[in-house]
Design a protein around this ligand. Structure first.
Ligand code: FMN
Length: 142
């Protein structure tokens, strides 16, 4: 079993409908490949972690890199793991779109709590949650 943590900047402005499309397609394909993990998005930056067999990660990452919304993909960590830190593959996004101030504040609080409480028993998961925390520190409080 392997894990792969990566980051990328979007070439175009990503709105919620595009994220929902990425979520739908990736959820389906990743579950077929038995790939788990998480994709975080905020303000043009993606941070992702994928877990699965080496072959499955290669296929999954090839799909990811093919997407033209990517500027460049940097690998932050890659290595062998003994157990998964994620049950499924999910997307987390932090965006003010469609939310009032109270809803947005609650979302930020929940995301902060999640980064604290999440399992971080592998190097890649620590790198992933650390990068998400860093990104959230840059989010303006309302
Ligand atoms: C940041 C980002 C992460 C993605 N992660 C995955 C992934 O984990 N698995 C996957 O199959 N596709 C992934 N994709 C690709 C999308 O699922 C999909 O290929 C894309 O939305 C284009 O769809 P198309 O097949 O219609 O061209 C990712 C795309 C982006 C931009």
């Amino acid at each position: 079993m392997f894990e792969l943590t990566y980051t990328s900047l979007a070439t175009i402005t990503i709105d919620n409908s595009q994220l929902v499309r990425i979520e739908k397609i990736s959820k389906q394909r990743n579950s077929e490949l038995d790939v788990t993990g998480c994709l975080f998005y905020h303000a043009g930056r993606f941070i992702g972690i994928l877990e699965g067999t080496e072959d499955a990660l290669e296929m999954c990452f090839a799909n990811t890199k093919q997407d033209t919304t990517y500027k460049e993909v940097s690998i932050l960590a890659m290595g062998r793991i003994l157990e998964r830190q994620f049950d499924q593959w999910n997307i987390l996004f932090c965006s003010k779109e469609d939310k009032n101030d109270a809803e947005y504040r609650l979302l930020l609080e929940n995301l902060h709590a999640l980064t604290e409480l999440a399992d971080k028993r592998t190097y890649g998961s620590r790198v992933f949650w650390g990068a998400v925390q860093e990104e959230l520190q840059g989010v303006e409080a309302i």
